[in-house]
Design a binder for this molecule. Sequence first.
Ligand code: IMP
Length: 192
Amino acid sequence: MKRFVFATNNPHKLEEVKAIIGTKIEILSLKDIGCHADIPETADTLEENALQKAKFIYEKYQCDCFADDTGLEVEALGGAPGVYSARYAGDAHNSEANMRKLMHELEGTDNRRARFRTVFALILNGKEHLFEGIANGHIATVRRGTAGFGYDPIFIPDGYTLSFAEMGNELKNKISHRAIGVQKLCKFLHTL
Ligand code: IMP
C-alpha cells in the first residue's frame, strides 16, 4: 500500500484528509512517525510555506509526504491577511482578535469579497507537486455560528447564506478550500 506522511499536528485536518483519500492509501501523521519538531513556516507565500514544511519532513525522514498552508485573502485589503492569517492580530493564533481586526479594517468598505486559499505541497520520490483549493465568498458584517475554527464565523461562501461556522463541518468539508485542494491531491495519488 502507498504511504504518505501528512505534515500536520492538527487532528481535524488529518481526519478530513483521510476521509477524502480513502483506505487504499495510508496516511501517517507526524505523531505516527514520532516527529515532535516545531516545523518552520517562515516563508512569504502559501506555496513556499507548504513546501518548506514538506521538505523539512522529506529531508529528515526520507519519506514521501505532503503539507498544506491556508490563508484568507480579502480583495479590498490587497489579499491580506493571506499567508499571515494565523497571526493577523499578533502572535497568539487568536481567532477572536484576528476577526475583530479584519472587521475593523473593512469598516465602511462596500467590497467585502474574499477567498480562502489552500496549497498542498507533495514531495514524491524527491519531486515537488503543488495543488490549490479555493473557496470564494465574502466577509459578513457580524459573526455568525459556532462550528469550525479561525475565521469561519465571518466567512460566507458563494451560493450560501450561512457562514462556514453556521453550516457545520459536514457541509463545510464538502465545499471548502481544503476539501478542493485535497480532492486534487487525491486524484493525483490515485493515478500513481
Ligand atoms: P493553516 O494553514 O491551516 O495553519 O491556517 C492558517 C490560518 O488560516 C488559521 O490559523 C486560521 O486562522 C485560518 N484558516 C485556515 N483554514 C481555515 C478554515 O477552514 N476556516 C477558517 N479559518 C481558517
